[in-house]
Write a protein that binds this ligand. Structure first.
Ligand code: ZN
Length: 132
């Protein structure tokens, strides 16, 4: 893991333990992720993050709203995957950023506990993941 991912991880953990974000934490995250973090906070403010949990396993994937008028949604794992183009081009191909705005939005919403919980059966979740 890179130094900046470690720094980010420490901040997420702090936010998780207090369920709130301080100005200092905001500036660290902004420093690490720049514009993408601003976009992520907008998505979270609009309650644009759903967590789809399979029962009984409790495994989950996030479904995160995009920012355009089309209101598309992307399946995404906060740590290592997003179905959007930016993830594929900027992160996998060019290695320019740590993660996309959807992953950041998912991580922020998880830390703050402000996502919408959607429960499905493990079977339904498996079907959904098989289409990614
Ligand atoms: Zn994405």
């Amino acid at each position: 893991m890179s130094a900046s991912s470690l720094a980010a991880e420490a901040v997420w953990k702090d936010i998780e333990s207090t369920r709130s974000v301080t100005d200092d934490q905001l500036s660290i995250l902004h420093f690490l992720f720049g514009k993408n973090f601003e976009r992520a906070t907008r998505i979270v403010d609009q309650r644009g993050v759903k967590r789809i949990s399979g029962e009984p396993s409790g495994r989950f994937v996030f479904q995160v709203m995009g920012e355009s008028q089309r209101k598309e949604e992307y399946f995404c794992f906060a740590e290592n995957y997003c179905a959007c183009y930016s993830f594929f081009y900027d992160i996998v191909n060019r290695g320019e950023q740590l993660c996309c705005k959807h992953q950041l939005a998912a991580r922020l919403a998880l830390s703050l506990g402000v996502f919408i919980e959607v429960k499905v059966s493990d079977e339904q979740l498996a079907v959904l993941l098989s289409k990614l």
